[in-house]
Write a protein that binds this ligand. Structure first.
Ligand code: AMP
Length: 413
């Protein structure tokens, strides 16, 4: 028989990991909700062209990493590699520009990129994503960055540093790329072969090179942050001033070129100090041209995405608290129906209740009660006894109402 395994780059999420993940999403929803961000969902697959146009045709994502397939009518569809394009499409499709602006939303769910799997990098992964559309106010950039930092803190992901930069407008960037290309051409002999091969299409990539000669050339290269228009430079200065006022440390990193075409002005990334090769916990930026590029009215936007799996890797296995549990055990297995009904009543009263459901001996049942962390064990036999697991005292209850009363007393202790 063939042995089935989860597809390459995908993972099964088993308990208690699944519970940790839900908890993280809850933390994010709580932090974002207090700043007015509302949950929203878009489909897991979309028209392929949405991503080709939205993310950018020359990006790694579109060139190499999309899971694309045809439906039965021959339409090309793609599993979403990121959230912003879909949310922007929905914003346009539902006329959300007519709502009071900015429209603040967040989402969490699966995303797909055909990458080489390694620690912290999967083909199906989970992102938490937050976006604010319809205003270019720099307080939104700063607010979103601070909210992400707060989520990391509450999630216990440990120390990370914030890289921050501004990309200006597409025009500034195009001029800058020309300037950089000319600078690099004049020093071609000192560059790695790979960088030379990419000079024409993507000279920005030279900033990521490991090659010592290239790095030396890049150290003295012109920087995009020094070429911003006055308006863009002012916007960036305000974002920085707001982060300073809030006391969040960051490092201006002129080499921060995120792998998506739609960014304008602010870009940022949080890098974990606990993780190795795949250390980016989350990042994002402003995309003032995207909605228009997708056929909508001119609409500024800013947002971020954070990887749930990476956040959990960084947070480690810190144990989640379980709700206090009542365990129902049987000295006489013939009392199963009475125990079944009692479990239901206790659950309706708000307790977490587990009962013996695998035919263990009474000794085995007590072990199981310890494993589930019971604070009370109810023992059904000729009588009903309620054992307080902390004090060890055991009392007889004459009615289910008395059981409930004793459980309540133990819970309050
Ligand atoms: P990006 O949209 O590439 O900026 O990704 C945002 C965040 O999603 C990253 O910082 C990672 O935490 C996470 N992420 C991106 N790609 C992957 C992947 N292939 N596997 C796991 N997490 C990912």
């Amino acid at each position: 028989m063939k042995k089935f395994q989860a597809a390459r780059g995908t993972v099964d999420v088993l308990p208690p990991d699944a519970r940790r993940r839900l908890r993280l999403v809850e933390i994010a929803g709580d932090v974002l909700g207090r700043a007015g961000y509302e949950p929203m969902e878009t489909p897991v697959f979309e028209d392929t062209e949405l991503f080709a146009r939205g993310v950018g045709p020359s990006t790694d994502i579109v060139q190499k990493e999309m899971f694309t397939f045809e439906d039965k009518a021959g339409r090309s569809l793609t599993l979403r590699p990121e959230a912003t394009a879909g949310i922007s499409r929905a914003y346009i499709e539902h006329g959300m520009h007519k709502l009071p602006q900015p429209v603040k939303v967040w989402t969490a769910g699966p995303f797909f990129r055909h990458e080489a799997p390694q620690a912290g990098r999967f083909r199906q992964f989970t992102q938490i994503d937050a976006e604010a559309l319809g205003s270019d106010d720099p307080t939104l950039d700063a607010e979103l960055i601070l909210l992400l930092a707060e989520i990391f803190e509450k999630a216990g992901t440990g120390p990370s540093h914030l890289r921050l930069s501004s990309l200006g407008t597409p025009e500034t960037r195009a001029d800058y790329v020309d300037e950089l290309r000319t600078y690099l051409r004049a020093r071609e002999g000192e560059l790695s072969e790979e960088v030379r091969g990419r000079l024409e299409h993507n000279p920005l990539r030279a900033f990521d090179a490991d090659h010592p000669g290239t790095q030396a050339v890049m150290a003295a290269a012109p920087r995009l942050v020094d070429r911003l228009t006055t308006e863009d430079a002012d916007h960036f200065a305000e974002v920085r001033a707001l982060l300073d006022a809030a006391g969040l440390a960051y490092e201006i990193d002129a080499t921060l070129v995120r792998g998506l075409d739609y960014y304008t002005r602010t870009v940022f990334e949080f890098v974990s100090e606990r993780l190795g090769a795949q250390a980016a916990l989350g990042g994002g930026g402003r995309y003032d041209g995207l909605v228009e590029e997708l056929g909508g009215p001119p609409t500024p936007g800013v947002g971020w995405a954070a990887g749930l799996e990476r956040m959990l890797l960084a947070a480690g296995d810190e144990d989640l608290e379980r709700a206090p549990t009542v365990f129902i055990s049987y000295a006489d297995p013939g009392r199963a129906r009475a125990g079944f009904v009692l479990a239901r009543e206790l659950r309706q009263a708000g307790y977490r209740v587990e009962s013996e459901q695998a035919g263990r001996s009474l000794k085995g049942q007590f072990k199981q009660a310890d494993r589930v962390g019971a604070f009370v064990t109810v023992i059904l036999g000729d009588s009903i006894e309620v054992k307080d697991m902390d004090t060890g005292t055991q009392r007889v209850a004459d009615t289910p109402a008395e059981v409930l009363e004793m459980v309540r007393e133990a819970a309050e202790r």
